[in-house]
Every structure is written in C-alpha cells, then in structure tokens.
Design a protein around this ligand. Structure first.
Ligand code: ADP
Ligand code: MG
Length: 246
C-alpha cells in the first residue's frame, strides 16, 4: 500500500507540488490526469527517489515504511517500478545482465540455468523475442519496443507497485492493447497496485481505474472515478476547472 501525505516537492528551488496526498491500496489502479507541466512526472520521480526532486514537507510510505528518505535502488528493491515516459537507453549493459544484478539485489540467488529459464518463461508469456534479452537496455529500440522491454523487466522483477508515466504515448493501438492486457494479467496474478499518468482514456478502458485525480498547478483539483476521466476527455481541463473545484 502506497501512502503519500501532504507532500510538497521542490526542483531547483522551485515549488512544483503543494500539499499532495493519495493512498493506493493493494490491487487498485489510480490515475493522475492534468495539463502539461503541472507536476505529474515530478510526483512519480519523487516516489522513485530521483535525487533532483526534494521533498520539502510531508512523507511517502510504502507498506508502512517511510521511503522518501531512501535511495532509488532501495525503493526499487522494496517493489516499486517506474516506467518512464521515455525509457532511458543504457549502452553497454544488456537486459539479461541488468536483470541478473537486480534479482541478486532482491536476494534471489539462482544458477544460470534457472535464471535463463525464468527469462525465457517471461519472454514466452509476453510474446517477446528472446533476442531482446541480449540487447543493451532500450538501445536502438522503437518507442513501443522500449515499453515492451519495460514490461519484460516487470514480469521478471515482480514489483508490487507499478508507476506508469504516459505508457500510451508513442504506442499504436495494437501495442497499447497488448501491453495493457499484459499488465492486467500481471495485476491479476500478483495483486500489484498501479499508478497511471495519462492524457487519454484509451488505456483506462483496459486498466479500469478505481480512482481518478485531476492535478493542476501542483495541487489536486478534483477526484472521482472513471466518469471524471470521461468528462475530462469531453470538456478538456479548462472546461472542467470552470465547472467545479475541490
Ligand atoms: P508534467 O509531467 O505534469 O507535464 P513535470 O512534472 O514534468 O510536469 O514538470 C512540472 C514542472 O517542473 C515544469 O515546470 C518543469 O519544467 C519543472 N521540472 C520538472 N523536472 C525538472 C528538473 N529536473 N529541473 C528543472 N525543472 C523541472
Ligand atoms: Mg510528464
């Protein structure tokens, strides 16, 4: 369970997020929508422990442990996984090498044979070509391939909280469906929680949200269910903000 309490965040001495609170129970999907530049990615990067983002007040708890004081790798080993809008390319490190190191970090020690079997199962399940395993992380991959590659990492590392920053950007309809269904199956099996940032309701038709928040100027302006996301899609943010404010 993720619990964010009265969080304020600064980047380069500029206040980006103000008094932001949210709780995501196990097995729930929550969504943050909001205009560009309003601080959505800032929230996800802060949860993940990015050093540029300073928590100036409030706190973040994951499974009753305070995590806003931890380093990114410590947060990752506690089961949090961020899929960035533009996943980073890492030259010189293959997917398989990174996954082996990440599993070791999580206390999983297994033979090369067992490890290869684990990776091979994940590739089969997700319909990912095994040649991906020996490619450098996200290097020379299309936008869609990078996101598929991130899903492979999720399937192997088994996070319990997945943060998706505009997963749908740059994906064609078929890739969006395949990836969303893969995530949905993963959630069914593991009861993972998911926090989604998106501008569009397409992805929410697969990953039906339990809660939707509208962020503006670093604050939550509105919250509701899927009906709120549908309303925003029709009226745009400006229309919605003039109708009601939290
Ligand atoms: P969103 O994801 O909602 O579009 P962001 O969280 O990326 O918005 O950005 C919110 C604001 O914080 C923007 O004004 C952006 O320029 C600023 N910002 C975000 N990250 C940084 C950074 N690393 N350095 C300086 N400014 C940043
Ligand atoms: Mg963003």
């Amino acid at each position: 369970m993720l619990k964010i309490e009265n969080l304020s965040i600064e980047v380069e001495q500029k206040r980006i997020i103000e008094d932001f609170s949210l709780s995501i129970p196990k097995d729930e999907i929550h969504v943050i929508m909001g205009p560009n530049g309003t601080g959505k990615s800032t929230i996800l990067k802060t949860i993940m422990g990015h050093p540029d983002y300073k928590v100036t007040s409030g706190s973040i708890y994951y499974n009753n442990e305070r995590i806003d004081t931890l380093q990114a790798n410590e947060i990752a080993t506690r089961g949090v996984f961020l899929v960035e809008q533009n996943p980073t390319e890492i030259a010189g490190v293959t997917n398989a090498e990174m996954l082996r190191a990440a599993l070791t970090d999580r206390g999983i020690k297994e033979s090369v044979f067992e490890f290869n079997k684990r990776l091979s199962l994940s590739c089969d399940r997700l319909g990912i070509d095994k040649s991906f395993l020996h490619r450098n992380i996200n290097e020379f991959m299309s936008g869609g391939e990078k996101k598929k590659n991130e899903l492979l990492q999720i399937d192997v590392l088994k996070p319990s909280l997945i943060l998706l920053d505009e997963l749908d950007s740059g994906l064609d309809i078929d890739s969006l469906r395949t990836l969303s269904n893969g995530l949905l199956e993963y959630k069914r099996e593991t009861k993972a929680s998911i926090l989604i940032i998106t501008h569009h309701t397409n992805i929410l038709e697969y990953l039906t949200p339990d809660k939707v928040y509208i962020l503006n100027g670093g604050r939550i302006m509105m919250e509701g269910g899927m009906e709120l996301a549908n309303k925003i899609e029709k009226t745009g943010f400006k229309g919605a903000f003039s109708i009601s404010e939290r």
